[in-house]
Write a new protein. Structure first.
Lengths: 79, 198
């Protein structure tokens, strides 16, 4: 299992690095959308956990898809 | 919606040969030591799913592209089209299975968020169209390496197909239950580009 990042930190990064994006909680995943681009497979995190987290690999791929690498790495060191 | 693959004999859904002996090299021994083995592998996949939504049943068939690479000790399968679907596993086989399952769950999510077939169809098209030129170029470079004879590593037993571009297709049909007919399942199939003939 790869390292995980708390979703709260991921969302804070998105608020800063991807202004105007929307995030919707679907049945199985979080969906992040911006400008017609969709990342629909961000994990929800374990049920019932106060601090849900996502594998860092998912965050890296989402960041790459939206082209926000420099900003995201600044907000989430170790990304 | 159908895109790409014009002139490219890469529609694996037409033949849907299903291999049953592809796991031997995928289950273990995934560490790569051969210097000629690439770090990024270009994969193609063909899936067919029936998805239930509000007032509709849809059949979604795809001919998609993805890459597979090791990252911090895990295998990560990353979609090119769809660029926002990814999954990991301790082994190649696990990553392939997890990618298939994640893709299916993404379709389910889409159906649950949509209020009509048309909305679902637009959403799935948007998911498939979500990619970047960087992802496409990475797939093309990896495909070129395989075509030019690079080792296939743990993917050596996958079916090979003569497709050298990163185009994709996705077809979304509304199923009319009254006229539906039984047909053989066409579940997951993964393949690798065919090496160029000598």
């Amino acid at each position: 299992m790869s390292r995980e990042l708390e979703l709260g930190d991921v969302f804070a990064m998105l608020d800063k690095c991807l202004p105007g994006h929307t995030r919707r909680l679907a049945l199985h995943h979080w969906r992040i959308e911006h400008g017609g681009t969709v990342y629909p497979s961000l994990p929800k995190g374990a049920h019932g956990t106060h601090r849900a987290a996502a594998e860092i690999g998912h965050v890296r791929r989402m960041v790459r898809l939206f082209g926000i690498g420099p900003c995201a790495r600044k907000e989430l060191p170790g990304l | 919606m159908r895109q790409g693959c014009q002139g490219c004999p890469c529609n694996i859904l037409a033949g849907h040969e299903v291999r049953t002996d592809t796991r031997s090299s995928l289950e273990g021994g995934d560490e790569m030591t051969d210097r000629e083995t690439p770090k990024v592998f270009p994969l193609m996949f063909g899936f067919s799913d029936l998805v239930m939504g509000r007032g509709f049943v849809a059949e979604v068939t795809t001919d998609g592209r993805a890459t597979m690479a090791q990252e911090e000790g895990e295998w990560w399968m990353s979609g090119v089209n769809p660029g926002g679907v990814a999954a990991s596993g301790a082994t190649v086989a696990e990553a392939l299975a997890n990618f298939r399952n994640t893709y299916r769950l993404v379709l389910t999510d889409s159906a649950m968020l949509a209020n009509s077939f048309e909305e679902f169809s637009r959403d799935v098209q948007g998911i498939f169209a979500s990619t970047t030129q960087e992802l496409i170029e990475e797939w093309k470079a990896a495909a070129m390496a395989i075509r030019e004879g690079a080792a296939a590593g743990p993917f050596q037993d996958l079916q090979r197909r003569p497709c050298d571009n990163a185009d994709f297709t996705v077809t979304i049909k509304k199923v009319v239950v009254e006229t539906a007919q039984p047909k053989p399942g066409n579940d997951q199939e993964f393949s690798l580009p065919l090496p160029q003939a000598a």
